[in-house]
Design a protein. Structure first.
Length: 647
């Protein structure tokens, strides 16, 4: 905003919040699906004792389920079009509430959905700030900067962060307040929201003669942005709010600033915040590989059982596709490491193999295998993926099991022998290595009700997957995601996916995929098995499908594999970094600037460049692009069906 505020010519002074004061909270909520995640309800329930009126303004849509969650905790629910970002949400709420009604209250708090809490209790903060003689106050603030980092000119003033700004009557009944909101321009971007509101609000009203204070002020912390960079220290100091951004922001930035969000999560959990609420929300809204990195969600499990609860065993099914029958014993050796008896479903491609497999299972008579069923498939199209989602769909949808183990006989014959052997061991050893190790892995599911899948980290030794693991599968994965209603954003460079198609999962986390009625004809013939086909897409989409339902993913590894992987990764990064100075975030930006189309591809680079430099034009063009793409896909689908109908 460019207007210069006039100092208020009033005689009243800043005041404390009265003992019998009246407070109203305007809570701004946005959810891409129109839902209300449980972390919001948890927060609002705990804010209720501190406010007489709770006004929830929803940008976008609100589902019937979401409304049912809000109605018990909110006095007013206002749903509006998702325009103008948070700023115009507040502006609309103020207009709907009305100046006369607002003047009956002693304090107004503008807050939004961009934080989890309360991690620490609200009471001490309200008690302390109620006693402060101020006109407005905030939870945290951000340092100023010259030049303004968003415009590279002028100054960005130190400011209270907009996720929590409390304003007292002297200020919200003033002409300065009314003109601020009356003259607020339409906000069309995140950057404009910062430049027109968040970064100017504090300075604007201080210049108008109002007094501000911060509950956890900048000067108490070593960084310019404590809510992000010093989140753990804030929690220790009693701050109830934990910002969401450190769990979906660029891991390269967290790397440069040495922000270890896993440590912050451990502190938050130690203070009693329910972690399932946090992970449900982040799973549904963050890029899974980004969340996996930001929250350091790789578990290095010991070989000695330290966490499995034997008194509450989980019901486990193992779905094992055995194409190479000579690997039957090796797979059985892995399955018997599970801590409770398992029902075994074997799929294979002909009766001869089925007989050999059946004999091997009978000969061993393993007590850890409770029941066995061998299914001979009518087709090997789709290999282990069709065996899983088509041949064993009934198992996945049965509700008879708490966990399903998906492994298969893997030889990777198209690769060099060492690479193929390493890939097989990388998959099986990191899932089912020993009785103690596997018990700890199953114990993760006992501990975390929102854990949907576990699988080994991305294979990178012997395979050129790093930076390219989507290969030709990203666009068809997005197409399938659109068809299934998956709105979890796809990771930009590589997916968080069980490359190798071995994992352990809750059947409920697989529901979106299991409920889809695929047939063998949907997969390419065995001779045409390639990237871009349904099997390769199913391999990559499983994490995103689980996340849409609120289930998060962890990767798992043995200590031995972690040692092998880390040393090779460290050496490779050292070599790739040797020619370019700076932190990885600087090196990558430099490489992309020098070779943008080589790194991203021409279409992806053009989209990224438009979004970054011409956001209005990008919005206009993408609005035209999406329906055009839908028409193209529909025409392509019709052509495909017509070709398939030709005898």
């Amino acid at each position: 905003m460019t207007m210069e505020p006039e100092r208020e010519s009033v005689t009243t002074q800043s005041t404390v919040f009265p003992a019998s004061g009246r407070r109203v909270i305007f809570y701004l909520l946005f959810d891409v699906r129109g839902d209300v995640d449980d972390y919001v309800v948890y927060k609002l329930e705990r804010l209720r004792p501190f406010t007489e009126h709770l006004f929830v303004v929803v940008n976008g849509t609100l589902s019937a389920t979401g409304r049912a969650k809000l109605e018990p905790v909110a006095d007013t629910i206002l749903v509006r079009d998702n325009v103008g970002f948070d700023v115009w949400g507040y502006k609309t709420a103020l207009e709907a509430f009305g100046d006369e009604r607002l003047a009956e209250f002693d304090e107004l708090i503008l807050m939004n959905y961009t934080w989890f809490g309360p991690v620490r209790p609200f009471e001490p903060v309200f008690e302390r700030m109620n006693a402060a003689e101020v006109d407005f106050w905030g939870m945290t603030d951000h340092a100023g900067s010259v030049p303004n980092p968003f415009t590279l000119t002028g100054e960005m003033h130190q400011h209270i962060q907009s996720h929590w700004i409390a304003v007292r009557r002297r200020m919200f009944t003033s002409e300065a307040w009314k003109s601020y909101w009356r003259d607020m321009p339409m906000i069309e971007s995140y950057t404009q929201s910062i430049l027109s509101h968040e970064s100017v609000f504090t300075h604007h009203f201080k210049e108008a003669g109002f007094v501000a204070e911060v509950a956890f002020p900048l000067e108490n912390y070593p960084s310019d942005h404590p809510a992000f960079l010093d989140a753990t220290a804030l929690l220790h100091d009693g701050c109830p709010a934990l910002k969401r951004r450190p769990f979906f922001h660029s891991p390269l930035y967290l790397d440069r600033e040495a922000v270890i969000s896993r440590w912050t999560l451990e502190v938050a959990e130690g203070y009693g915040y329910p972690m399932p609420l946090l992970f449900e929300n982040m799973a549904r809204n963050a890029e899974p590989k980004v969340l996996n990195t930001d929250a350091s969600m790789l578990e290095i499990l010991p070989e000695v059982d330290v966490q499995y609860d034997a008194e509450h065993p989980l019901r486990i099914a193992a779905i094992v596709h055995i194409f190479y029958e000579d690997l039957t014993d090796e797979l059985l050796d892995r399955l018997i490491t599970l801590p409770s008896p398992v029902d075994l479903y074997v799929t294979t491609t002909n009766d001869e193999k089925a007989a050999i497999i059946s004999e091997a299972i009978a000969r061993r008579a393993e007590p850890g295998i409770a029941a066995v069923e061998i299914r001979v498939l009518p087709s090997n199209r789709g290999r282990d993926l069709s065996a899983f989602y088509v041949a064993c769909r009934d198992v996945l949808l049965s509700d008879d099991y708490d966990l399903v183990v998906k492994i298969h006989s893997k030889k990777t014959v198209q690769q060099r022998p060492n690479a193929g052997e390493f890939f097989k061991r990388q998959q099986l050893e990191n899932l089912l290595n020993s009785p103690g190790y596997t018990a700890n892995l199953v114990g993760l599911f006992q501990k975390e009700p929102g854990l949907g899948l576990v699988f080994p980290p991305t294979i990178h030794i012997g395979f050129p997957t790093m930076g390219h693991a989507w290969f030709a599968n990203k666009e068809p994965t997005q197409e399938l995601a659109d068809e299934l209603g998956i709105r979890v954003p796809l990771d930009e460079i590589s997916p968080l996916a069980p490359l190798g198609a071995m994992f352990i999962a809750r059947p409920q986390a697989l529901r979106l995929l299991a409920e889809t009625e695929w047939g063998y004809e949907d997969y390419l013939p065995e001779s045409e098995h390639r990237d871009g086909s349904l099997a390769h897409v199913q391999e990559r989409i499983v994490t995103y499908a689980a996340a849409e339902l609120g289930y998060h993913t962890r990767t798992v590894a043995t200590a031995t594999y972690a040692a092998i992987s880390h040393t090779f990764l460290e050496y490779k990064l050292d070599q790739m970094s040797s020619a370019i100075e700076g932190y990885p975030i600087d090196q990558i930006h430099m490489i992309r600037g020098l070779m943008p189309t080589a790194v991203l591809g021409p279409v992806a680079y053009a989209k990224q460049d438009l979004r970054r430099h011409r956001p209005k034009l990008a919005s206009f063009l993408f609005a035209l692009y999406k329906p055009a793409r839908a028409v193209y896909r529909g025409a392509r689908s019709v052509r495909s069906r017509l070709r398939g109908a030709v005898p």
